[in-house]
Design a protein around this ligand. Structure first.
Ligand SMILES: Nc1ncnc2c1ncn2[C@@H]1O[C@H](COP(=O)(O)OP(=O)(O)O)[C@@H](O)[C@H]1O
Ligand SMILES: [Mg+2]
Length: 358
C-alpha cells in the first residue's frame, strides 16, 4: 500500500518546476492549449499532494482526430519530466485485441501451459523504474482504447477505480502512484463532417481555426464517447480533453519543431559529423505536401523528414560530401521535383541531389 508521501521539493521549487514543465510542453505541442493546461494542472496537483488516495493520481481521456498530438503530448511530458520518452508505460490497445495477449501485461498463472518466465509489463519493478523522490509516479498510456478487448477493458476499469492490479501469479501491483492517460478517436468522423459543413475551410481548402466550432465539436465528441463507452468507465474519468483538428498553420509549426529535433539529433549524434542545415520555404512546402494527408493530421511529417532529408543527408555524409562544421542549405528544385543540398560555405557548391529512399 502506498503512503501519500508528498513531493520532496520546497514550495518555491515546486512552482518553478510546474512553470518550467508547462513552458516546455508548450514548446513541443502545437494548437492543443487545453490539453497542455490540463496536464500542467495535474502536475501541480501532484506537487501539492492534493490527489485522491486509493486510486490513480489522475485518469485522463484524450479524444479527437488522428495525428493531432494525443500520443505525442504524453511522450513529450515524459521527455520533459523524466528525460526520456521510455518512462511512459505504453499499451497499444490494438496489440491486445485478443484476450490471451493480456498475459504480456500481467503474466500468466503459474503452471499455465506455455507459461514463460518473462516479467509482466505491469510488474511493480517496471512501474517504479524511472521514479525519483521528486517524481514519485508513473505515466501510463492506454493508446487507442476503442480497440481494446473486453479483458483489457475490465483490467483498465480495475486500475482506474482502485489503482490496483492483480497479476497472473495472484500478486498485487499498486497502481495508485500513476497518471493514466487514455487516447481514442471516437467521434473523429463527426468532427470531420462538422468541419466539412462549410466552416473551418478557406476558399483554397486550407484548414483555419474557428473558435465557435470548438464547443460544438466538444459536445459532439463527448456524446459519441458516452454512446460508445459504459457509464462506469466514463464516471471514472477525471477529465475529457478533445483535441483540435490542426490548421495548416499548426502543421507548419510542427514541421519546424520536427526540423529542430532533427538538428538536435545531428548535434548529439554518435557519429562525428556534426553540421547545421536550413530549409528554404520552398523546401518546407515540398515536405508539407509530401508529409500531410488531411486524414492523418501531422502523422506523416516525420516520415517525410526521414525519407527526403535524413536519408539523403546520411548518404552525403557517408560519401564525405558533408563534413564536420558544414552548413547545408536545402532547397526544392522544380526541374527535377526533388530537394537539393548545397554547402553554404566556403563557397556555394552543389554537393548532391536528394535521392529519396525507395
Ligand atoms: N499538436 C501537435 N504538436 C506537435 N506535434 C504534433 C502535434 N500533433 C501531431 N504531431 C506530430 O505528429 C506525430 C503524430 O501525432 P500523434 O500524437 O501520434 O497523433 P494522435 O493524435 O493520432 O495520437 C507526432 O509524433 C508529432 O510529430
Ligand atoms: Mg495516437
Amino acid at each position: 500500500m502506498s503512503t501519500a508521501t508528498k513531493s520532496t521539493l520546497d514550495p518555491q521549487k515546486k512552482s518553478m518546476a510546474a512553470e518550467h514543465f508547462e513552458e516546455q510542453l508548450r514548446e513541443r505541442i502545437v494548437g492543443q492549449e487545453r490539453a497542455v493546461e490540463r496536464i500542467a494542472r495535474l502536475y501541480q496537483i501532484y506537487l501539492a499532494g492534493l490527489y485522491p488516495p486509493q486510486r490513480p493520481i489522475g485518469n485522463y481521456l484524450f479524444l479527437g482526430p488522428t495525428g493531432s498530438g494525443k500520443t505525442r503530448i504524453i511522450e513529450a511530458s515524459s521527455e520533459i519530466l523524466f528525460g526520456t520518452l521510455n518512462a511512459v508505460l505504453k499499451v497499444d490497445c490494438a496489440e491486445y485485441a485478443h484476450s490471451h495477449e493480456i498475459s504480456r501485461l500481467i503474466g500468466s498463472p503459474p503452471g499455465y501451459l506455455g507459461h514463460r518466465e518473462t516479467t509482466p509489463y505491469f510488474s511493480q519493478a517496471n512501474l517504479e523504474r524511472y521514479r525519483t523522490p521528486e517524481l514519485d509516479f508513473t505515466l501510463i498510456l492506454f493508446d487507442e482504447i476503442e480497440k481494446a478487448s473486453d479483458t483489457l477493458w475490465s483490467l483498465l476499469l480495475g486500475i482506474l477505480d482502485k489503482g490496483r492490479l492483480t497479476l497472473g501469479d495472484n500478486s498485487e501491483v499498486d497502481m495508485t502512484r500513476t497518471i493514466i492517460f487514455m487516447t481514442g478517436n471516437i467521434g473523429a468522423e463527426r468532427i470531420e463532417r462538422l468541419l466539412e459543413g462549410g466552416i473551418g475551410f478557406t476558399d483554397v481548402g486550407a484548414r483555419v481555426h474557428d473558435p465557435k466550432m470548438d464547443k460544438q465539436i466538444y459536445s459532439t465528441v463527448l456524446e459519441a464517447a458516452r454512446r460508445k463507452f459504459s457509464p462506469e468507465f466514463m464516471n471514472r474519468i477525471d477529465s475529457v480533453v478533445v483535441f483540435r483538428n490542426l490548421t495548416d498553420d499548426h502543421i507548419r509549426q510542427i514541421l519546424d519543431i520536427e526540423l529542430g529535433n532533427l538538428q538536435r539529433r545531428i548535434m548529439q549524434s554518435a557519429g562525428d559529423t556534426k553540421f547545421s542545415f536550413e530549409l528554404s520555404q520552398r523546401a518546407k512546402d515540398f515536405l508539407l505536401a509530401e508529409g500531410v494527408d488531411r486524414k492523418y493530421g501531422a502523422r506523416h511529417i516525420k516520415r517525410a523528414i526521414e525519407r527526403y532529408l535524413v536519408y539523403p543527408l546520411s548518404n552525403l555524409i557517408s560519401t564525405g560530401q558533408v563534413r564536420y562544421g558544414d552548413h547545408i542549405q536545402v532547397d526544392f528544385r522544380k526541374r527535377n521535383g526533388a530537394l537539393e543540398f548545397q554547402k553554404a560555405s566556403p563557397r556555394l557548391k552543389v554537393v548532391g541531389e536528394a535521392v529519396p529512399m525507395a
